[in-house]
Write a protein that binds this ligand. Sequence first.
Ligand SMILES: CC(=O)N[C@H]1[C@@H](OP(=O)(O)OP(=O)(O)OC[C@H]2O[C@@H](n3ccc(=O)[nH]c3=O)[C@H](O)[C@@H]2O)O[C@H](CO)[C@@H](O)[C@@H]1O
Ligand SMILES: C=C(OP(=O)(O)O)C(=O)O
Length: 418
Amino acid sequence: MDKFLIKGGRPLHGEVTISGAKNAALPILLATVLGSESITISNVPLLQDVKTSLKLLGKLGLAHSELQHGEVTIEPAEMSEHVAPYELVKTMRASILVLGPLLAKVGKAEVSLPGGCAIGARPVNLHIEGLRQMGAQIVVENGYIKASVDGRLKGADILMDTVSVTGTENLMMAAALAEGTTRIENAAREPEIIDLARFLNHLGAKVTGEGTDTLTIEGVERLHGGHYSVMPDRIETGTFLVAGLATGGDVTCRHTDPSALDAVLKKLTEAGGTVEKGTDWIRIRSQGRPKPVTIITAPHPAFPTDMQAQFCALNAIASGSGWVRETIFENRFMHIPELRRMGAHVELEGNTAISNGVETLTGAEVMCTDLRASASLVIAGLVAQGETLVERIYHIDRGYEGIELKLQALGADIQRIH
Ligand SMILES: CC(=O)N[C@H]1[C@@H](OP(=O)(O)OP(=O)(O)OC[C@H]2O[C@@H](n3ccc(=O)[nH]c3=O)[C@H](O)[C@@H]2O)O[C@H](CO)[C@@H](O)[C@@H]1O
Ligand SMILES: C=C(OP(=O)(O)O)C(=O)O
């Protein structure tokens, strides 16, 4: 299993090019199930989850080109299969996103129930309830969601009990080919939802209201082909900005979208970073030791859960006491015991991590438990005195394209050990 060996204490300096967003690329790739003509997608990050998505599309009978220079073409097909098996779903929760498209396109789907993961239970009841409202018959049997519909799905008025990103995406994709109009209220407003809506509209779907809490989708009979470029990864951007600030450096993220990062940039500024931005770049400069911040995660446009672990690493070395409260996932603090092993003074009280910043962390052997926890440990390793060995980095490879190469180019001493 690969590991990262990091020799900490070097400020990061320079420019980094941000990749396409994992959390936009995966739904967009899986939405190609809905297509009836050839679809080319560019700015696709080369990640383990992207490889898994392409494997899943292949399993469903869709041919695709090799992913080269971030571009892949997917050919439409008479779907020969409608099953997303456990082997694939267990490695990538986003596989649940074929449920809506398969039902809409071929009228049947069997998708392994994703179950929980390290960060929480991660239920999908709202996906199932919404599809039932659109006329699907669904049973959960032998660990699979087995769904079918007579004829086409029907447009419906759906009120989501809670804001769900993948739930909104599944229902939006299903509604794109349904008969009649679907209204999704209390919809998620994440930038990745907007990107998926734009992608679907580019292929001829009729989605409006993206970026607000009410989506209206007028179903169409078929989607045509096209070429679409995935939005930049706001979480990768935020991760590099935190790493720049934490190490006392000066980092510019290129090929990104500052408008998707308002809550994160606000907290970076509160933490004492000097933030400048243009249409597609953000620069952060450290002015000395970071100041502590208080953070409450919540659905967009509030502070994203996918950035809280990185800010825990920042608070760990801040000049005072700060706290981070996680409201989306019940167990997303697995990085805290690892940060403590590196000398952080941080306590968990319920869903809040309260830290008393220390001057510096010390290198240690630490273990990744999930994607963003891994990012926080890498940041901590870059800051720490001495050597840090980060184990189980397959978690990080799910979501960050060549993170060690990008960090090396910014001056970090980080090596992948096979
Ligand atoms: C709102 C939110 O911040 N969602 C995050 C969530 O998306 P992801 O789509 O994985 O999770 P959801 O947005 O669906 O979950 C949000 C909340 O709704 C609950 N829920 C969800 C679906 C459902 O059917 N029933 C139900 O009760 C979940 O338990 C959770 O507390 O994890 C992703 C990966 O870390 C992040 O990129 C998303 O930003
Ligand atoms: C936890 C994440 O992803 P996933 O939903 O794929 O597990 C993430 O992007 O931080």
